[in-house]
Design a protein around this ligand. Structure first.
Ligand code: AMP
Ligand code: ZN
Length: 115
């Protein structure tokens, strides 16, 4: 756990979050500033700052994050219409929290190219 990391604190329940699903090493919770009718974040327990820091041996963890994202989409009823999974990497992409997270966005049409 990284001392000053918000998402580590959410994992440890030291910061509040509306949890959607808690697994052994992955957690889904509501984004505090949703930009779509469904906007849920999926994080790993481990403090991995960005997707660039993910090691090859952590590939199964990424798969578990994607599995949970797909499950959340099914549970929220957006699976058939479609949804978007986003990982922002670095300032130009708009990453603001440096603990790896997957955005699950859905419930409305998504634009392409993204802004
Ligand atoms: P990113 O900009 O890709 O790093 O995404 C970070 C996301 O975390 C943003 O969509 C924020 O709205 C969200 N966020 C920031 N603080 C919290 C919090 N305390 N609880 C839930 N989501 C948060
Ligand atoms: Zn962290």
């Amino acid at each position: 756990m990284a001392e000053e990391c918000l998402f580590c604190k959410i994992w440890a329940k030291e910061a509040p979050a509306k949890e959607v699903h808690r697994g052994d090493d992955v957690l889904a919770f509501e984004d505090i500033r949703p930009v779509a009718p469904v906007h849920i974040l999926v994080i790993p327990k481990d403090h991995i700052p960005t997707i660039k820091d993910l090691k090859p041996e952590q590939a199964p963890l990424l798969l578990r994050m994607i599995d949970l994202a797909n499950q959340v989409a099914r549970d929220r009823g957006i699976s058939r219409d479609g949804y978007r999974l986003v990982i922002n990497q670095g300032p130009q992409a708009g990453q603001s929290v440096y603990h790896l997270h997957l955005h699950v966005l859905g419930g409305r049409a998504m634009h392409w190219p993204p802004g």
